[in-house]
Each structure stands twice: as C-alpha cells, then as structure tokens.
Write a protein that binds this ligand. Structure first.
Ligand code: PRX
Length: 653
C-alpha cells in the first residue's frame, strides 16, 4: 500500500469504542473538564500547579512574550521534593516506587523512602565532588535503578541533567556534552541488552577525550567486568555515596530554572538541546499522567515500557509517575529476551494495570504471534497506551484484543520531546475511541490543522498540525540557540507552533496523525534526521555523496533508505554496503543503521544542482515517478529505479 492508499484506508475506519461505563464512573477525567479549562485557562493551569508543593508559592501564572513563555515564574520548588519527600512525609514512605526487573531476571523493588535515601546520598556525593546549582550533568546509562536516582539527585542540587540514550555512540556523546558544556558524566560500566553487554564506560572514555568541560565521571557498576578508571576523573558510584547521610538540603529552584536538556533531531545534522524548566514541566507531567493514564495511586501498577533516555521515559517513567506517587515497573532489557513473551511475563508477575508502549513494538508482537501473550494471565490490565508514531488500525485492534482482552481502552497519545508531555490523546472514560486516531487536544491545549497559508482546514481535511497557545510543559527554547527555536517552531506560520507533523481531522474533529512532513524520519519511534545520516555517510572516506530518506515499513513505521555515490575508483558491493551501514551505526548509534543502501554513480539533481529528494522518496516507495523534466540528466533516474528494485527485493526477502 502506498501512503495515499494508506491514508484513504484510515478514513474508511468506522469502528467506535465508547468508554466502558464502569471505567467512566471511576475515571479521573470527568466530562466537563474541557469546558472547565476553556472557561478560565490560567485558573485551570494554576490549580494543577497547586497540587505540587512550592517552597515559595507562585502568584503569577503566565507571561507570554511570543514565542517565549514563563509559567508560575515567581514561584519556587524542588522537583525531587515533589517526587519523593512530600510522599514520605505524607506517610507513604513504604509504598513501592519501582519494581525493577533486570534483563537476566534479577529483580528487586524500591520504596519511596529508600529512593529518597538513595537520592540524598548521591546528591550529597555530587555536591562533595563540586557539582553545583546551574551546572549541566550528562547521564549515559542503561535502564538501571541508578538512572532515575541520578536524575533526581541532579534536581535536588539544582543541576540540569542531559540524559543521552544508551544506544548512542561516542560521537553523539561528544556533540551533546560539548554543546551543553557538561561538567560531569554519569554512566554505568556496561549495559545489558539481549543477553549481551553494551560497553557504556568505554564509549564514554572515547568521548571524554574530546570533551574538555568534563571534570568528573561517575560509574555505576551493573555487570562487573573490568573497565578503565582514570584517576582523578573517574569515580565509582559506590565511592561517591560512601559515608553520605540520607538527608540532603534541596535547592529551592525558580519555576523557570532549567530542569533538563534533552537532545533531539531536527532537519539539520546538529541535534537540538530542548530546554525544559522546573515548575511548568512538572505540573504538566503530573497532570497528563493522572488524566490520560487515569492513574490511581492506591491500586495501579503502571508500566511505561520506553527507555528513560527518550522524553517518554523522562515524563512517564520518572517525573509524572513519581509526582503522582505511582508504583511503576522498570524493565532493563529487550522484549524478546530470553523469549518473546518477556513483556507478558512481567505484566503477569507484577499484575500491571496500565501499559504504555510504541506501535513498532505492537507490530513486532503481532508478527511474533498471539501464542506469546496467551501464555500469561493479562487480566490485570485495565488501560493501554501507545506513543511515538502513527498507529495503524490493525495494530491498535490487535493490541486491544490480544493484550487488553477486548476490554481495555487504548489511548493513542501524540506529543513530542518539545511538548514535554502528551498533547493530543483520548481521555479514557470520556472519549469514544477510534482505532488509529489520537482523538483530540487535552483540556487547556489549543491545536489546529492548517494549510500552506496557515489557515485552519475545515473538518474532514488535512494539513499541518499546529499548536495555538502556550502550555506549561512546552519547551522553553533550544540550548544556546534562540534563533533556531524561533525559526524551527514559530516562523512557518505567524503565532502558531509548527510541529512538523501531517494530520487530518475527521468530521467529528478527531485528529489522525500521518507522520513527519519534514526531513525527519521516525524509525521505531526514534526521531532521526536525514541530514544527520547523510553527514555520517560522507564522513566515510569512500563516500562522495549520500541522500537519505524514510521508506514505509510494516514493522518500524519507517526504515532508512540511503542512496550513495562512491568516490571514483570505489566499487559498490554488498560487503561495502554492510560496511557503510556499520559505519553509520557506529557514528550515530545502532538504531540508525540504514536498512536499504543503493549505490548510484549519480544522484538525481536539478539543473541548479539540488538533490531531488521528493523523487528519491518516490523511488524508495516504488511509486510512479512524476515529472522528471527538471532533472539535469533523466537517465540517472531510470537506472536508479532499477537498482532500487533489486535492493528492496533483496532486503525484504
Ligand atoms: O511525528 C510525531 C511522532 O513522533 C514525533 C516526536 O518524536 P519525539 O520528540 O522523539 O517524541 C516521541 C515521544 C513523544 C512527532 O512529531 N509521534 C509521537 N507520537 C505520535 C506520533 N505520531 C503519530 N501518533 C502519535 N501518537
């Protein structure tokens, strides 16, 4: 099916799932909440913010100097206090914060009181090393309990963290650490993944040769095999916390102080350091977690099966759930280790009630077959969520039927690193669900679908997704680059935040997201810029030029397709294609390994020398090519089409 057919098929989707009455009566979000927000927006946001504990209460709600927002900006608070101390003080210290499931099957749990103790000890250790309020600290770890501890300890002492997903390569660490001038890196010795290990510390060592700002490296032990420890710079986690007390004076932070940076891909090769601040972000994380996941503190076991290295993990494994005193599951490894029923085994073991995962994962489970979920009792589940990419109705239905037992609402949640939290999503208990639709903007959120001129498209039509007003969780800019912030998000259309997504709205006003419309690919829910991959390719001495695009993929949503011209004297072969795939994976991280590589003596270009990307996308999708008369040499394309056919047949076999 090509894209146009897929979109049409989506609109034939007529299944409807009204909220089950027994869910609706007990839901956190009750009808009227949308109107309540619209009646008094600032009052609505302020009341959610007041659910937090402020060391200095705010009196101001919003200052909007488009496109720069400040929320609750005369107030002060500490994030770790809100996530931990206040729950312990309220007598919930014995409540389990995380059930932790290691990939090899080791498991333990940690209570709110224990987590607070760990955070205080580590925060004291960080302070003792010399890390202070206002510093930036990079965190590059696997999914181990020390990861949320490290994040929360940073918030306790007022240092901003910059978590770098553990699948990234040394080059990616260098760029991110240098851009933010981090003073420290917190890492692990090794990560565990699919029965094998990932050399985290070694990657950090490689990176730190080129990051002059870093004075300290702290290493948590997970595997125990030897690693290099550089005297003076490197410290074991256990030494950092040794002798530290379990109390630690929290910094009282202004609501607009930087909480964290999280780098994400844009349309150029340089990733953007997305800035999130303290009061608005935490308010938004807590609110959306409570409403969209209907979180009930006293009875839910909540599991977001994402990686903390991405925004989904920041907001919905760490900050939202802890602010709401939830009991969560954290799983270290992959869903197919030791067998393809690992996730369902975990659901059964902990009696998980709420599960949040990505469409790519769901499509993979579909491919594996229903025998795996059938091995386990999944009847504890009462709500399912998805995030990260468009979900096709078949995958949505499969999820509901085979994981949710045909009973549970499924919430398809649309948002971005930049938005801090979920923006467009059903509210379970209120919304009538449609497989494949993210339904509508959350209470207080303004969104629209506009055409090229920035005019609202009538219901039933499609265009660009935009956001029409500020919200507390919004990014506050790009680290060190206000200009890029304004240009990327606020310049395409006046007074509208440009999300970069294509979207249609049906006659009921429900939103159906169609994927990125810019040069950003979405592979398994990971955002990857075509420019980044192209620049990795040309970093190889044998490559003259490369053009990269996304190709629709049944499992990963999109797969990376690279068209590569070699330097003269080099010959394209399957071996070289593999070498280049590895080269890119090594430069950018394993999740960026291109699936398709086609060598071509020339890339199709216009007479003015611009690569015709639209045409390459058509070639990759096997679509009929439109007008090629503007091409400098139209024979190039015929040849390319033939080569692409061979490559696709080979890789898909
Ligand atoms: O294209 C949209 C897609 O993921 C992009 C944001 O990626 P990232 O910042 O990495 O954050 C992912 C997790 C929030 C969006 O621009 N996307 C995210 N959720 C959905 C989605 N596309 C369709 N439906 C979704 N539910």
């Amino acid at each position: 099916m090509d894209t146009a057919q897929a979109i049409e098929a989506l609109f034939q989707e007529s299944r409807r799932f009204p909220p089950p009455p027994d869910f609706a009566v007990q839901a956190n979000a009750q009808p009227g909440i949308y109107e309540e927000a619209e009646r008094d927006l600032e009052g609505f946001w302020a009341s959610w913010a007041r659910n937090l504990e402020w060391s200095k209460p705010f009196t101001k709600v919003l200052e909007w100097k488009e496109p720069f927002a400040r929320w609750f900006y005369d107030g002060e608070l500490n994030v770790s206090v809100n996530c931990l101390d206040r729950h312990v003080r309220a007598g919930k210290g014995e409540k389990i914060a995380y059930y932790y499931e290691g990939e090899p099957g080791d498991r333990w749990s940690i209570t709110y009181k224990e987590l607070l103790d760990d955070v205080c000890r580590f925060a004291n250790g960080l302070r003792k090393l010399g890390i202070k309020r206002g510093d930036r600290v990079a965190i590059y770890m696997g999914m181990i309990p020390e990861l949320p501890v490290a994040m929360l300890a940073c918030t306790r002492i007022g240092a901003a963290h910059s978590v770098i997903f553990g699948g990234f390569s040394p080059d990616s660490i260098i760029d991110r650490v240098n851009d933010a001038q981090c003073v420290a890196v917190i890492t692990g010795d090794f990560g565990r993944r699919r029965g094998s290990t990932v050399a985290l510390k070694q990657n950090v060592d490689t990176a730190l040769a080129q990051t002059p700002s870093v004075k300290y490296c702290i290493v948590a032990k997970r595997v125990g095999d030897p690693v290099m420890m550089k005297p003076g710079r490197d410290h074991w986690w256990s030494d950092v916390i040794a002798g530290q007390p379990t109390t630690c004076e929290p910094e009282s932070m202004n609501a607009e102080d930087l909480l964290y940076l999280l780098y994400t891909s844009g349309t150029t090769a340089k990733p953007k350091g997305i800035k999130h601040t303290t009061g608005g972000y935490l308010t938004y994380a807590a609110m959306t977690h409570k409403l969209v996941f209907d979180l009930k503190e006293d009875r839910d076991i909540y599991w977001c099966a994402a990686d903390i290295g991405w925004v989904t993990g920041h907001t919905y494994i760490v900050y939202g759930p802890l602010a709401n005193c939830a009991t969560s599951v954290i799983y270290e490894g992959t869903p197919d280790y030791p067998d393809k029923d690992r996730l369902w085994e975990i659901v059964e073991r902990y009696k998980v009630t709420i599960l949040y995962t990505a469409p790519t994962a769901i499509r993979t489970f579909m491919k594996w077959g229903t025998q795996y979920p059938k091995r386990h009792d999944l009847s504890s589940l009462r709500l399912l969520g998805t995030v990260g990419e468009p979900i096709n109705p078949e995958a949505w239905m499969w999820y509901r039927e085979n994981i949710g037992g045909g009973r549970t609402p499924v919430v398809d949640t649309w948002w971005q690193t930049e938005t801090g939290g979920i923006m467009i999503s059903p509210l379970p208990g209120i919304s009538t669900l449609k497989p494949g639709s993210a339904i509508r903007p959350l209470p207080g959120i303004g969104a629209d679908v506009v055409n090229d001129q920035g005019e609202s498209v009538p219901l039933g039509g499609g265009g660009y997704a935009v956001l029409t007003r500020p919200w507390p969780g919004m990014l506050r800019g790009i680290w060190g680059d206000d200009k890029r912030y304004v240009e990327t998000y606020w310049s395409r259309f006046p007074h509208l935040y440009f999300a970069g997504d294509g979207c249609r709205r049906d006659a009921d006003g429900d939103y159906w997201f169609m994927g990125r419309i810019d040069d950003v690919m979405n592979v398994s829910g990971h955002r990857i810029s075509t420019a980044e991959v192209e620049s990795a390719f040309v970093g190889n001495p044998r490559v003259a030029e490369a053009a990269v695009c996304g190709k629709l993929d049944d499992i990963t949503g999109q797969a990376i397709y690279a068209f590569v011209t070699l330097k003269s004297g080099e010959n394209g072969s399957e071996a070289l294609a593999n070498e280049l795939r590895d080269f890119v994976a090594e430069k950018l991280g394993r999740f960026t390994r291109p699936k398709y590589v086609t060598f071509t003596p020339e890339l199709p270009k216009t007479r003015s020398g611009k690569i015709m990307r639209r045409l390459l996308r058509d070639v990759a999708e096997g679509r009929a090519l439109g007008d090629t008369t503007t091409l400098a040499d139209s024979a190039v394309v015929k040849d390319l089409e033939e080569r692409a056919k061979t490559e696709i047949a080979q890789e898909d076999a």
